[in-house]
Design a protein. Sequence first.
Lengths: 353, 92
Amino acid sequence: MIIITEAGISEPTLDALRDHLEGHGVRTHVSRGTDRVVIGLIGDTSVLDAGTVRAWPGVASVVPVRTPYRLASRQFRAASTLIPLGDAAGTRLGGRDIVVAAGPCSVEGPEMLLETARGVKARGATMLRGGAFKPRTSPWAWQGLGAQGLALLAEARTVTGLPIVTEVMDPRQVDLVAEHADVLQIGARNMQNYALLAEVGRIRRPVLLKRGLSGTITELLLAAEHIMARGNDQVILCERGIRTYETATRNTFDVAAIPVLKRETHLPVMVDPSHAAGRADIVAPLCFAAIAAGADGLIVEVHPRPAEAKSDGDQSLTLDQFGAMMAMLAPFAAAAGRSLAGQPAEPLGALVA
Amino acid sequence: MPQTSLTALRTRLEAIDAELIALLARRMELARAVGAHKRTHGLATLDAGREAKVVSHAARLARDAGLPEEEVRQVFWQVVAMSRRAQQDDAQ
């Protein structure tokens, strides 16, 4: 149930209304517009009598919620959520600027990470991605550097100033990862790991929630709802391809998910074309499509020497390929009424060691 | 900012945190006394109407003090829940 108040409702009237509602054991989520207030109700609203609520002083209308998610719904909050990324002044996701996160699939060592971080920054990236804890399909595949990888990412942030996004896989490691990362990533395989979602809901740090390999859009939004229900409203949704019968690409990039999500939710939407495609040669066109469809950000795998990558080399762009793609993104952003976040790329010579 | 004054500010913050914890301990003690009263008079531990009043009272004080009201509400829902859990534990 959503309650829309009359214009210019007074604070004591609003207090009395919230007292009445919360006295029935439901929680109120208030969103203030220019003159009206929208009150979203969370919990078992069947205990409330809609007629009594409608007749309450200051109430203009009572609207039933038509979706299973509440906090993530645009019905609850019409204005798009803006998420600040790290300490970097002005880098915010969800507004006019499109944020590009780039970096290696896995943190493999200090030299390659710094080389990549400097390289992607010089070419216009506004965030650094990199995996320290890696979910691998095979237990015999390389599992990542773990805590040591986190320290290397933090060092790369100090050197480049780029905020970092990295995956957390285990509820017991949420605090450790939150100490180092600016954005915590929940991988596709963990989209419905509710114990992990509850843990990242407890902290106050943005969460990049990737869509599960077989997750519907509603299931993705309900996963976001699990995080938000614990009090963390800084959730970024990420489309990264879904399982279909097609084999030409690793997954099928669901471009339709972007405008559907933008309509259904106020949360920002990012796209991971590297995992959607599984091959480097079509990452750029998928990025163009994502921007045209309304995505707020991109997360792209870049490796200085993809052939030597310890994981996902096939889908990683080289620094030069990434630079070429970034140069081609601006007109797509402009056509969509957007711009690319961050300063104009600094001269390559200044940052590439 | 010089390191010394940052350290001094943090020391003062820690002192305030200690006061907050001492106040929380006193509040919990009173809440448990309320729980004992509820038990002897056969009242239910959960009183949703009272919890809502505690939170809205805090929200009004926050507003008057120039603090972000919604965030203070979140904090007080945690405080209320903590008190209720203590009362429930005592009842068992």
